[in-house]
Design a binder for this molecule. Structure first.
Ligand code: NDP
Ligand code: 2IT
Length: 456
C-alpha cells in the first residue's frame, strides 16, 4: 500500500478485500493480485463515480466462469494417472478470452484466477481486442517422456475443445507449455473438430504460428525496460543485469538485453542460480538454449562448460549486484528481503517478465525507494500482444515478416509505456508509478465496455 493512501481510501480498500476474501477463501495468490490492482483503482473510481456506482470492481474481480475437469492418461509404464485442469474465463468485455495454459505441480484454481485477473488488464493495455483468461493443470512435465506429454495433452483437449474457439477463447503457452505442448494440443483439436482455425497461439511456423511469438515476451520486456530508461534519458547500454529463470521468457530477455549492450551476469532455474561475472554472451546463450529448450537440462550444467561461472544451489539470484533486475521465472520470487538486497546494491530498474514475481511488500518498498518498476501486466504484455498478431494473421490467412511483427511488437510496447506515463505520473514529481499507470490505463477500456453493456 502506498504511504500516500488516505485513511478513508484505505478503509474502502480494506472493506473491498474483506468481501473478496470471504467470497474466495484461501486463494492467497488471487487475493494478492486483486489487492495490488484495487490499491490503484479504488482511489481512481472514487474520483470517477460512474464506475463505482456500477460496481465495476466487484464485477471485474469475479470470473465470468471457471471450468474444472479431470484429465486421465496413461504413463509409459502403463499406470493410469489423474490430474486436475481448469480454464478460468475471466472477462470477455473487449474481445474473445485470451491467455496461456500453465502445466506445473503448483497450479491451483487460485493461481489461475490471479493470472486470469491480471490477463484482463494486460490484454486491454495491448490495445488489441482480447479478453482475459488463464488455464492449466497440476501436471508436472519434468521427467516425462514426449509420448507421456502427448497423451496428457490429447486427453486434456478432449474436454478443453468444447470451451475454446477462434472467436470464443484462444489459449497459448505459459510455464511448462511451449512449442511441443501447443503442437500436441492443436493436433488433437483438429482431430476432434475437423477445423483448421487459430484456436491456440504459439503454434509452429508450418501450421499458422507467427514469427517472433517465441521471442515476444522476452523481447517485449526489454523494449519496455528501454522505454523506462529512455524516459529518464538513459539506456540499457553498459548496464549489468540479472535475469531469473531460464525458460522461454528469460532466454529471450537475455538475448535482447545483450544485443542492446547490456551484460547479463546471472540466470536461474528452480534448483538455484548461476553467476557469470564475464556475462552470458551470445555463444553461451546458444548453449543455454540447447540445454533448456532441447535437452531440458538443469542450469547447474552451465558451470561445467563455463568454469568461470559459479552455481549456487537453492538460492535466488538477487544477491548479485545489478542495475536492472528482470524476474522471469514465476510468482513471488522477489521477497521483501530480496528487494532490500537489490536496493542496497543500487538497483535502478526492476522489470517483470514473469507474472506477479514481486511480493506486494517488496513492490511497495521498491516504489517507495523510487526504483523504476515495470509491472508484469505492462512489461510482459509483448507475449500476448504477438499472440494477438498471430490471431490476426490466422484470420487473414497471411504471414507477416519477422521485421513487421517485431516492429509492431516494439510499437505496442511503446504505446503501453506512453499510457503508463499518462496515468502513473506522481503529482509534483518526475517519478512514474508504472503500477498505478498500468492498472488505471488497462482498467478504463474494459470498464467502459462493461458500462456500455448495462447490467451484465
Ligand atoms: P518456462 O516454463 O519456459 O520457464 C519457467 C522458468 O521458471 C524455468 O527456468 C523454471 O525452472 C523457472 N520456475 C518455474 N517455476 C518455478 C518455481 N516455482 N521456483 C523457481 N523457478 C521456477 O515458462 P515461461 O518462461 O513461459 O514463463 C515464465 C514466467 O513468465 C511465468 O510467470 C509466466 O506466467 C510469465 N509469462 C510468460 C509468457 C509467455 O509467453 N510464455 C507471457 C507473459 C508472461 P525449472 O525449469 O527448474 O522449473
Ligand atoms: O501471461 C501471459 O501473458 C501469457 N502466458 C501469454 C498469453 C497468450 O495468450 O499469449
Amino acid at each position: 500500500m502506498s504511504k500516500n493512501t488516505s485513511p478513508s481510501v484505505q478503509k474502502e480498500i480494506n472493506a473491498f478485500m474483506r468481501g473478496l476474501k470471504k467470497r474466495n477463501p484461501g486463494q492467497k495468490e488471487f487475493h494478492a493480485a486483486v489487492l495490488e490492482v484495487v490499491s490503484s483503482l479504488i482511489p481512481y473510481v472514487i474520483e470517477h463515480p460512474k464506475y463505482r456506482d456500477a460496481q465495476i470492481l466487484e464485477r471485474l474481480s469475479e470470473p465470468d466462469r471457471t471450468v474444472s475437469f479431470r484429465v486421465t492418461w496413461e504413463d509409459d509404464a502403463g499406470n493410469i494417472r489423474v490430474n486436475r485442469a481448469w480454464r478460468v474465463q475471466f472477462n470477455n468485455s473487449i474481445g474473445p478470452y485470451k491467455g496461456g495454459l500453465r502445466f506445473h505441480p503448483t497450479v491451483t484454481e487460485s493461481v489461475l484466477k490471479f493470472l486470469g485477473f491480471e490477463q484482463v488488464l494486460k490484454n486491454s493495455l495491448t490495445g488489441l481486442p482480447m479478453g482475459g483468461a488463464k488455464g492449466g493443470a497440476n501436471f508436472n512435465p519434468k521427467g516425462k517422456s514426449d509420448r507421456e506429454v502427448m497423451r496428457f495433452c490429447q486427453s486434456l483437449m478432449i474436454e478443453l475443445h468444447r470451451h475454446v474457439g477462434e472467436d470464443t477463447d484462444v489459449p497459448a503457452g505459459d510455464i511448462g507449455v511451449g512449442a511441443r505442448e501447443i503442437s500436441y494440443l492443436f493436433g488433437q483439436y483438429k482431430r476432434l473438430e475437423n477445423r483448421f482455425v487459430g484456436i491456440l497461439t504459439g503454434k509452429g511456423l508450418s501450421f499458422g504460428g507467427s514469427l517472433v511469438r517465441t521471442e515476444a515476451t522476452g523481447y517485449g520486456c526489454v523494449y519496455f525496460c528501454q522505454d523506462i530508461l529512455d524516459q529518464i534519458g538513459d539506456s540499457l547500454e553498459g548496464k549489468t543485469c540479472v535475469v531469473s529463470g531460464s525458460g522461454n521468457v528469460a532466454i529471450y530477455t537475455v538475448e535482447k538485453a545483450t544485443s542492446l549492450g547490456a551484460t547479463v551476469v546471472g540466470m536461474s532455474d528452480s534448483s538455484g542460480f548461476i553467476h557469470d561475472p564475464d556475462g552470458i554472451d551470445p555463444e553461451k546463450l546458444a548453449y543455454l538454449k540447447d540445454l533448456k529448450e532441447v535437452k531440458r537440462g538443469r542450469i547447474s550444467e552451465y558451470v561445467e562448460h563455463y568454469p568461470e561461472a559459479t552455481f549456487h544451489a537453492d538460492k535466488r539470484p538477487w544477491r548479485i549486484p545489478c542495475d536492472v533486475a528482470f524476474p522471469c521465472a514465476t510468482q513471488n520470487e522477489i521477497s521483501l528481503s530480496d528487494a532490500e538486497t537489490l536496493i542496497k546494491n543500487g538497483v535502478q530498474v526492476v522489470c517483470e517478465g514473469a507474472n506477479m514475481p514481486t511480493e506486494l511488500d517488496a513492490m511497495n518498498l521498491l516504489l517507495q525507494s523510487k526504483v523504476l518498476f515495470g509491472p508484469a501486466k505492462a512489461a510482459n504484455a509483448g507475449g500476448v500482444a504477438v499472440s494477438g498478431l498471430e490471431q490476426s494473421q490466422n484470420a487473414l490467412r497471411l504471414s507477416w515478416s519477422r521485421e513487421e511483427v517485431d516492429e509492431r511488437l516494439n510499437g505496442i510496447m511503446r504505446s503501453i509505456h506512453t499510457k503508463c506515463v499518462e496515468y502513473g505520473q506522481e503529482p509534483g514529481s518526475d517519478y512514474i508509478n508504472y503500477v498505478n499507470g498500468a492498472n488505471i490505463a488497462g482498467f478504463i477500456k474494459v470498464a467502459d465496455a462493461m458500462l456500455a453493456y448495462g447490467v451484465v
